[in-house]
Write a protein that binds this ligand. Sequence first.
Ligand code: SAM
Length: 296
Amino acid sequence: MSALEEWKQRVADCRNARQRPDEEMWQRLARWYDEWVAHNDYVDVILARILPYLGRSTRVLEIGPGSGAFTIPLASRVRELVTIEPSLAMREVLESNLAQAGLSNVRIIPERAEEGLESLGGPFDLALAAHSLYNISSIDDVLQSLVALARRTVVLMGIGEQSTWYRALHRRFKREDRIPSPHLGHLYPLLLDLGVCADVEVIWVSSNYVYETEEDLLDWWSYHLHLDGDRRTTLRSALLALAERRGDGIGIYDRRRVALVTIDANRNLSDQNGGCATALSEALTSDLDDVLDLSG
Ligand SMILES: C[S@@+](CC[C@H](N)C(=O)[O-])C[C@H]1O[C@@H](n2cnc3c(N)ncnc32)[C@H](O)[C@@H]1O
């Protein structure tokens, strides 16, 4: 199977496993997602790496902004931000967060990247896709459009690792292994096939699932694992064995590794073939060796 076929297969497998239409899921989770962002550090960690690329005259394109984790801090620093967000539930939370922050330089295109990119005029200084490419089947077209539109494209994604507790919880209650979303081990070979040079940094971030009450913790995981009421008692004891009470909340606190993939359009336009060989040898740190070995 080619890297592209592997990516598409993984997207299809994950869609089948979700068992619900995407919008139904976001209707239920959009507000929670906003809180999830607040309990985790990935935005600060990634912003520290991308802010040096930005200035007051910068134009940014963001794929799948969600509730605005990156949109809000970026919009206050740049001239214009264009976002492509297909979920109505996410757009509603994003619009409310933008209004609260008093930001008016953000345009929201209510489409999927697969369609929304076609009508956009570049160039952008930066294109950002943070945890938003996992459900895109025609990833080759989207990546090529981003490289054509933006001087620098930054993709944040998982590396295919799953926490031990999450894997065990899933296996116990769903009686099967969870299929991780497409990850760096899928994306990097695909970029090589496309002749796109990219640098990769693998970074530790928090992965905290924090709730106000024990019942909220239970509701969220019941929904996530598609469990009915009669398994609630067993689920409660499994979750309480993992969770800690901190301050006013209760949560499962963990850390995980994510990949920051950076594509410099100039490097790709000027030296398509030779450039990739250099980029690959530069990027093949021991971290990446580990990551590409993951079969997850
Ligand atoms: C996990 S959230 C990430 C939100 C935000 N970027 C962050 O890092 O917190 C994924 C977002 O990508 C959006 N998304 C999913 N499929 C998409 C597509 N085909 N095109 C653009 N956005 C998409 C979802 O609606 C959702 O808002």
